[in-house]
Design a protein around this ligand. Structure first.
Ligand code: GKR
Ligand code: MG
Length: 423
């Protein structure tokens, strides 16, 4: 089964004014949608970052994959390595999208196509993709309610405000959680922090604890707290957290924080590849790694990461950036295949608008906090070509070509700079 055609389409979809350590989300998030067609008529799908440097590699790859056997993942890897070498190093991407870092060029381009190749393989064998990954350990994959501080609307007002409204106070954050849990049945809660005063963010965790005493809680300041602040907040937090995600920057800072508090620390910032994994184990910097197939090098390498976590006694959770249904299903299939998925995965999916999904049938359900896998072949989703065309047109109509939350924040506060740690 040979690859006959490859198409990479950049798209843009509406994204809410969500606050984070770098600034604020822009009104549109970018992704690339990958279609890989085999000579016997199967189409495999992938979804990845849409930032210009990533897109350049994905688009440069397209023709080089034609004629390759759809099972030849080593051939795919070799072509990715050649293409990245030919194009040279990329510009640095957004810090909060680890997969857009220049060092991740090979891993993220390989991953984008690996998912599509595995999807073609599984479809041709008439089996769900998870079966190619060794079979489903679970068919219901748990996700967490991912809360953000946010403004009611974007400053540039390119479209009507979203239905979530402002979320800055404790009451508003609790209301956001209640709505998300009511809609999707999430059983654990993550609060994106590092945006407002740390004491206020901790007060929001306390309010969530009171409102949802049985939901495990996580806070993620994205390394925006100094070690001293992270220690002070740890004292205030006591045992309120399931895990403390990237409170402070660096492997050394995280190691000292763990040493002094004993709290379980999680990360998608200081352990983003196998070399950092090795250094983290030596220092005991983190106890839980957030996997993300988009930059860990695909679904099979994510399984390898899971095995490493098991070997070294670390927990495993999953990271997310703004994404659509193809990524959600890739995340769900790999999560379903991993025995030691110890925590509910993150997802930004509830933030995406109903009319902006690229797969047929619209947004996928998350019920009882879980994505359910079916026996449908491959990823189990089909591309809606009209939606793809619409979101591609939207991409062409805007001038965002790489995510930059700090640039967007400067529209609100012209003096805004990324400072790490800010607090
Ligand atoms: O979407 O603002 C965001 C998040 O902060 C995202 O960029 C992070 O990569 O979700 C991520 C995280 O867990 O750090
Ligand atoms: Mg994080």
């Amino acid at each position: 089964m040979k690859i006959k055609r490859v198409r990479v389409t950049p798209i843009a979809f509406r994204d809410a004014p969500l606050l984070n350590a770098s600034g604020i989300h822009e009104p549109f998030a970018l992704r690339s949608i990958i279609e890989v067609e085999s000579d016997n008529g199967y189409i495999g799908l992938g979804e990845s970052y849409g930032d210009a440097p990533v897109l350049a590699v994905l688009q440069a790859m397209q023709d080089s994959l034609v004629g390759l056997d759809a099972f030849d993942l080593n051939g795919l890897r070799a072509r990715v390595i050649q293409t990245v070498a030919r194009l040279g190093p990329a510009e640095a991407g957004a810090e909060l999208a680890p997969g857009s870092h220049p060092s991740k060029q090979v891993a993220n381009a390989y991953s984008a196509f690996e998912v599509a190749f595995l999807d073609v393989q599984a479809r041709s064998l008439n089996m769900p993709l998870v079966d190619l990954l060794g079979g489903a350990i679970r068919t219901e994959v748990p996700f967490s309610a991912y809360l953000f501080f946010k403004y009611a609307k974007h400053i540039d007002a390119p479209y009507a405000p979203d239905s979530w409204g402002e979320a800055l106070s404790e009451e508003q954050i609790v209301a956001q959680a209640a709505r998300m849990i009511e809609a999707h049945g999430f059983k654990s809660i993550k609060l994106k922090a590092g945006a407002l005063e740390p004491e206020h963010e901790v007060a929001c965790i306390k309010a969530l604890k009171k409102a949802f005493p049985d939901h495990p809680l996580r806070i993620d300041p994205n390394g925006n707290w100094s070690l001293e602040t992270a220690l002070r907040m740890a004292e205030l937090l006591g045992d309120d957290l399931q895990y403390y995600e990237d409170p402070t920057p660096g492997l050394d800072g995280m190691a000292e924080l763990h040493e002094r508090t004993g709290l379980p620390l999680a990360t998608n910032m200081v352990v983003t590849d196998f070399d950092e994994f090795r250094r983290s184990v030596a220092l005991n910097s983190v106890q839980i790694v957030l996997a993300d197939h988009h930059y860990w090098g695909g679904l099979r390498d994510t399984q390898a990461l899971a095995r490493m976590c098991d070997t070294f006694g670390l927990g495993l959770s999953m990271h997310s950036n703004s994404h659509l249904g193809i990524s959600l299903m890739a995340m769900a299939h790999v999560a379903a295949s991993v025995p030691n998925l110890t925590y509910a995965c993150d997802t930004h999916y509830p933030w995406q608008e109903e009319d902006e999904e690229v797969i047929k049938g619209g947004k996928l359900p998350i019920q009882d906090g879980c994505v359910r896998l079916t026996r449908a072949p491959g990823l189990g989703v089909e591309l809606d070509q009209d939606q793809l065309a619409k979101l591609h047109e939207q991409y062409l109509s805007i001038d965002i070509r790489s995510r930059d939350d700090a640039r967007q924040m400067r529209k609100y506060d012209p003096a805004w700079k990324i400072r790490k740690p800010r607090f």
